[in-house]
Design a protein around this ligand. Sequence first.
Ligand code: G3H
Length: 255
Amino acid sequence: SFISEIKGITKLEDILTKRLGIKKIVIIPSSIDECPACSIDMAKAAGRYFFSIMREHKVIGITGGTTMHSFAENLPQMKTEMPLTIVPARGGLGEEVEIQANNIAAMVSKKLNGHYVLLHVPDNIDKDIMESITSIPQVKSTLEAIDEIDLLVFGIGNASDMAKRRKSSDKECMVIKERGAVSEAFGHYFNIDGEIVYETSTVGIKLDKYKALNDIIGIAGGKKKAEAILSIARINRNLVLITDESAANYLMEIT
Ligand code: G3H
């Protein structure tokens, strides 16, 4: 029955929250591996949790990816103005503009009637060029806003999938693999212990900043992302994870 299914999910949420040692887990009662369209439910669940805490915050950090795009798309349209600044947590990461953090930050801001800042920094540029770009006042003020982020909403990727998707060179893909990367989040690659093993050449949120955040909402589902979720859970225990049954069931097996 529906009730026992709810009870089952709640129990699964409790057990996994303890096993991962994080703040909270919300599991949608479906598997996005079997029902890809159900990822909308995951995005909506993330939106509900986000709405429950956003008023305690001022600067919201947003990352890129298809999951975050769905999160933004499925947020309800606010009628009143929210005193929130929406900030892309990283620069462009070599993907289509629709799913870049800049675009998603703007989408979220429109839904909330907040304001947004953009980060106009291309990828894969020389260190000295990067240094001059980051001294441009507009870029500098966005980087300062990133330092002020007090709530981060982000997607979690499977490391090898993300490296391929971002058209990383064969050499880069090999380095990422050899170093044991299993997850990717905000432009950083991590091993199963949550240790950083590779960083993409773009500016934005730093690992120390991430580690110091009290409020972080990670959204990721599907069996292929279970290891990645485990790795990310180990970096900052304040994580609130929004996931699905397929990731949750596999996490039960590996933890
Ligand atoms: O930056 C991308 C995320 O790490 C995951 O992307 O939501 O498209 O799987 P995704």
